[in-house]
Design a protein around this ligand. Structure first.
Ligand SMILES: [Fe+2]
Ligand SMILES: [Fe+2]
Length: 161
């Protein structure tokens, strides 16, 4: 389908975000398992629960628009997941794997933050206030997780000294 209007772009970008969240949901159990720091393990676990809610919010947005999400792959998120696999092939020590996973989490959250900000902009532009509200809920969670990851990155680096 040709994308010739902000609404069509919105629907396309929403499907892309749905794919991103689904890929994140699949990746989070592995990150939980690998995490050594108890607080990091907890953060990944809690973000898994949040991610399930974020997917529900996206489904709700599609409902509000009277649209179905098209089958699509978010290549941005696929790239981040592949980087995680590539790092594993370099045989990282547990400590460096922890640091790399923190960095991967930080990159993922920034990606999501920018993506949701763009979606909210489009929702507002289209007068889709209820959709904008649901997307804002997701954005708030991503921002909170980004802060949590940043604080843990500092803490874990300090403990390593
Ligand atoms: Fe998310
Ligand atoms: Fe996230």
């Amino acid at each position: 389908m040709a994308i010739a209007s902000p609404r069509e772009l919105f629907v396309h970008e929403l499907a892309d975000m749905m794919s991103a969240e689904q890929q994140i949901l699949k990746a989070l159990p592995e990150l939980q398992q690998e995490a050594q720091h108890a607080e990091l393990k907890r953060a990944f676990k809690e973000h898994e629960t949040e991610t399930k809610g974020q997917i529900k919010n996206l489904q709700q947005v599609f409902k509000q628009l009277g649209e179905q999400p098209e089958e699509t792959t978010c290549f941005g998120m696929q790239g981040l997941v592949q980087e995680h696999h590539a790092l594993h092939e370099e045989d990282p020590s547990p400590e460096m794997l922890e640091r790399a996973n923190l960095s991967a989490a930080a990159k993922t959250e920034q990606y999501e933050i920018v993506a949701y900000a763009g979606l909210i902009q489009l929702a507002k532009e289209l007068g889709e206030k209820d959709s904008a509200k649901l997307l804002q809920e997701n954005l708030d969670q991503e921002q909170a997780m980004a802060k949590r990851v940043a604080a843990l990155t500092k803490e874990i680096a300090k403990e390593a000294k």
